[in-house]
Structures are given as C-alpha cells and as structure tokens.
Design a protein. Structure first.
Length: 212
C-alpha cells in the first residue's frame, strides 16, 4: 500500500513536468539565414597590375529551406567592389581611374553533416548554378556591364554558439524565433566564363548562420 502511494505521488509530480516539456517542444527549424564577409581573389590575369592587390572585399547573404536535417536548397547574393587605374594600351601611361563591381547570384544545394540538434561542429559542402553580374566604370570608356553564367562549390565548418551564451540564445529565440546560431568559416570557388575571362575566383569567408 505504501509503495502504491509513493507511485501515485511520483506520477502526479511527473505529469506537470511532462506537460511543460511538451509545451516547450519545438519543431525542427525549416529556414536558415546567413550573413558573411571576407576576401575575394579574382581569377583574372594581371589583376594586381591594375588594382594594386590580388584581392578585394566580399560580402554575401543567403536564404535556404531545409528539406531534411542534412539537406537544404537556397539562394545567395554577393557583392565586391574595387578601384584601380586605367592605362593606355600602347605606351602604358595611366589615363584615368576604373571602378569594378561584381555581384554573383547563386542557386545552391547544401549537404550538412548534422545529426542532432546540439551538435557542436557541423561540416558542410555544397554547390550549384551561379550568374555573375559585373559593372566596370572607367574615366575614358564610360560604363561597361554584363553577366556570365557558371557554377560554384563551397565547403566549410560551422560551430554552434547556443551553449556558449545561453541567455543570448534564449533572447534570440524569444525576440526573433531563432532556434540555433552558428559561427562558420568557408571556402567558395566560382567559375563563370565571359568569352575567355573567368569572372569568378576564390573566396575565403566567415559569418553567422541563423536557423528558424
């Protein structure tokens, strides 16, 4: 009789706890938003001769939909800009300034080695279609713009930040519905030919991923 009484007490105490756990239970996140920045190294011959450096800054953002925990599809847009000098083709004398802008837009599939919600490190790899838009403004020639189609691939690793600062993670969820926040680093390679020139190159990026 005493054993039965203890069992009933345990069940009465466990029911509210179970109900509370069910209330805070969450569906797996279906969307992810990324913001990143870093360095872009154009795959154009003699780039340094005109722009003084082999690289320029690059910024990008993406939005993706989760098909499975390990697979998602999305769209990404990036932007880079640099300024250099224009030279006469015959005598090599500087004739003015040139501003070069490039904006790749990509559709991608991403595979993530994510197997449980609080996994600390998540490696990933992906790729897909890329269209690169470019705009070149020179002192003498005016503005030249166009685009080229190609492809890209990327890979990197994410680190989960939720357990590093739980109060910030809770605030992100309550204020914005963000379930998980990651810090990540990645390498991206773009190949898009315009006649004999590859408008792509290599990017080394870092940023934040938000799942909701």
């Amino acid at each position: 009789m005493k054993l039965l009484r203890h069992l009933l007490v345990f069940l009465l105490l466990a029911i509210p706890a179970a109900a509370s756990a069910a209330d805070v239970g969450l569906e797996p996140p279906q969307w992810s938003l990324e913001f990143k920045g870093g360095r872009f190294y154009p795959d154009i011959d003699n780039w340094k001769d005109y722009y003084g450096s082999t690289m320029m800054g690059r910024y990008a953002g993406s939005l993706a939909f989760t098909l499975l925990r390990q697979l998602e599809v999305g769209v990404e847009a990036g932007y880079s800009r640099d300024r250099g000098f224009e030279y006469a083709p015959i005598n090599g004398i500087m004739t003015g300034q040139v501003t070069y802008e490039v904006a790749p837009v990509s559709l991608f599939v991403l595979a993530r080695a994510a197997f449980y919600g609080d996994q600390l490190f998540v490696p990933y790899i992906g790729g897909g279609f890329t269209r690169v838009y470019y705009r070149e403004k020179t002192t003498d020639s005016g503005i030249i713009r166009g685009s080229a189609d190609g492809y890209h691939w990327r890979g990197g690793i994410e680190m989960l930040l939720d357990n590093i600062d739980t109060s910030a993670a809770n605030s992100m969820f309550l204020d914005y519905g963000v379930q998980h926040t990651y810090l990540f680093a990645e390498i991206e390679v773009v190949h898009a030919m315009k006649e004999s020139i590859n408008l792509g190159g290599n990017s080394y990026l870092a940023g934040f991923r938000f799942e909701f």
